[in-house]
Design a protein around this ligand. Sequence first.
Ligand code: HEM
Length: 459
Amino acid sequence: DLRPIPSPRGIPLLGHTTQVPGTNPFAYFAELSKQFPEGIFSLNIAGIEQVFVTDPDLVAEVCDETRFFKQIEKTPLNHVRDFTGAGLFTAHQHEEEWGMAHRILLPAFSQRAMKAYYGQMLEIAQNLAGKWEGREGQPVNITDDYTRLTLDTIALTGFGYRFDSFDKEELHPFLNALLGALVESLRRSQELPVMTKMRKADAKKYGENIQLMRDLVDSVIKERRQGKGSGEEDLLGLMLEATDPETGKQLTDDNVRDQVVTFLIAGHETTSGLLSFATYSLMRNPHVLAQAYAEVDRLLPGDTVPDYDTIMQLDVIPRILEETLRLWAPIPLFGKTAREDTVIGGRYELKKGTKVLILEGPLHTHPKAWERPEEFDIDRWLPENRVQQHPHAYKPFGNGVRACIGRQFALTEARLALALVLQKFKFADPNDYKMDVREALTRKPGDFELVIRTRQDQE
Ligand code: HEM
């Protein structure tokens, strides 16, 4: 009983290419999905057929790694490879570099390893708090400061490199270069190659942005090689020294560079989005904010400096983070490709090589899996409620072997940052901020400003 995959009307040759907006395409896909209650639809974008799935039972099938895998070719990530090469995020599954780096780095991302990074994570979080203490009563761009926090944290813990972002009014040039490169790579993936070729000035800028990122990373590696920088136990130390147990080989210099660029990007964009959306959600849900304040006041009274064990005892804050990732997944979609001809849902035929995109927003709010899906309800994440959850309705960190390696890192860093921020500050929103999502490869709130006050002054 096979059925065609539903699809909106397209136009000859171009398919749906011209319908996909250049800005915020992910929001467009999520909106479009509402027209397809079957939980599946397809679009032809720049000559490639893409199947979008939002139903948790269909997602369950697509997350079966014996039938689907992460393919880079013919996806936006193939353009991101222009600057991240065979780094973990954009490596082809069949490339030797993926397995080598995965095996070498996995131990560095265990929960145990987080304890080793904790001191440096705390130092950067205290830099954030220090900056905000000096901004009493003033509006602060929340997302920009969380971006400073996450960028400085991954650079220091991973590579012993200090961006010192809190000392500067402007965001680091690395971030502008990254944003420019991300936007350009995404744009390239949505247009026909002849269009890209015509945009000569953009190509030049793209090259310059990539060079700026590589130059910075090359200088980080050079410093390390010359014996400067922190201990050899961090990510960079591992990558330069460790031998892969399976192949007996070491990572090449080019690959180490690509990995460092990858980690600087993957290690900060998403976590700063998470913290921003979490703060936004707390402002919209005062009863949850009150629970969070009660928790930090109990575990971190006064000016208690949070230590690792206390951060691990938090319960409300981690549930706030889980619920934020449900409603505001910073990476709103990820792709899988059919290994062979197959059928999903018992009725939709997918040919070998078909690209399937899992849309997290609609999945994370699918009525089959979630009650009152739009409500920010942290009690969903209480252990007794968690066990009843659909096993494939929540994928903020992707799936399978290509799922996020930095999950513990992100959650440890975000717990600490949120705990410290709530211990010390209150926010006011005099301009009544309206969510204005900005998409690059990830999404974040744009122009999100709140007024900061220290809590002691008010109480
Ligand atoms: C992969 C989400 C934080 C490093 C992924 C993927 C997702 C994701 C969805 C899979 C992408 C795909 O299938 O194409 C997130 C979210 C984060 C976060 C929501 C924060 C809240 C981090 C951090 C790091 C990191 C802090 C590093 C310190 C990576 C890497 C990969 C990855 C290297 C590629 C793994 C591989 O393919 O082997 N992440 N991430 N991420 N993430 Fe994260």
